[in-house]
Write a new protein. Sequence first.
Length: 296
Amino acid sequence: MAKRSNILTASIIASVFFLFVLLLVISYNLMTNGRLSISADGPRIAVVELIGPIYDSKPIIRQFKKYADDDDIDAILFRISSPGGGVSASQEIYEEVRKIRNSGKPILASLGSVAASGGYYVAIAATKIMSNPATVTGSIGVIVGLPNYSGLMNKLGLSYVNITSGPHKDSGSPYRELTPDDRAIFQNVVDDLYDQFVEAVSIERNIPEERVREVADGRLYTGSQAKELGLIDTLGTYEDALKYVVELAGMSGKPTLIKERRNPPSIFDLLFGDIQNVLRYLEPIGLPEYKLSVKF
């Protein structure tokens, strides 16, 4: 009996302690609004990080809107380490960066190990762009990915029938070869999106469009090469970027950095996170149903 009583008492104490910790965490989140502050005496600099392929613009745009409307934020450091991604998501982030710059709040794009294609596109609207000399950037261009299983299906003696409302409704189907008309349609889409990319670079970097087309053939450049071509403004490390963004704000002193705290992984994330990442990368490939993948 005494043993049961001790176990019950221990369970109650553990439950109370757990609730106490939970309340502390909730209170901290409410007080900090999900922010992590690294305090100093200088200006307040918000740091927005774009890491990995660009699939969804909403998390980045949400942060930008929050900091753009906050008068206590003196400038924004946009740290980019991305190989690119979806066209529309990249354009949406680009437009938000442009709005912040035009509002008068300085925003510095700091390029990490890679900021290519869409990763470069989102940077060009910033007040200034800083890159490491060895950063991989550029890759100005567009690619459409179309998987095709028709050869395999022919070997297996399988067929797939599409009933469509028009001759081009199933263009890009992986179950048949592209026709010349299909290819022309997709090429037209690629060319139009490429023109939009080139025009944006020409306007934001103040480079004649003809000159942009000369360097925008999809190739990669180092940060040093990009500076020589006028694709970025200056070279420097992340620490240099922290100093430079303070200068852009017209201030001095060691900055207070404001970042969104990253939530700890849930049980679901720990159990199924790797599976989700695999499926996320497979999705643009078109499995199991075919999907058109258009990327910067």
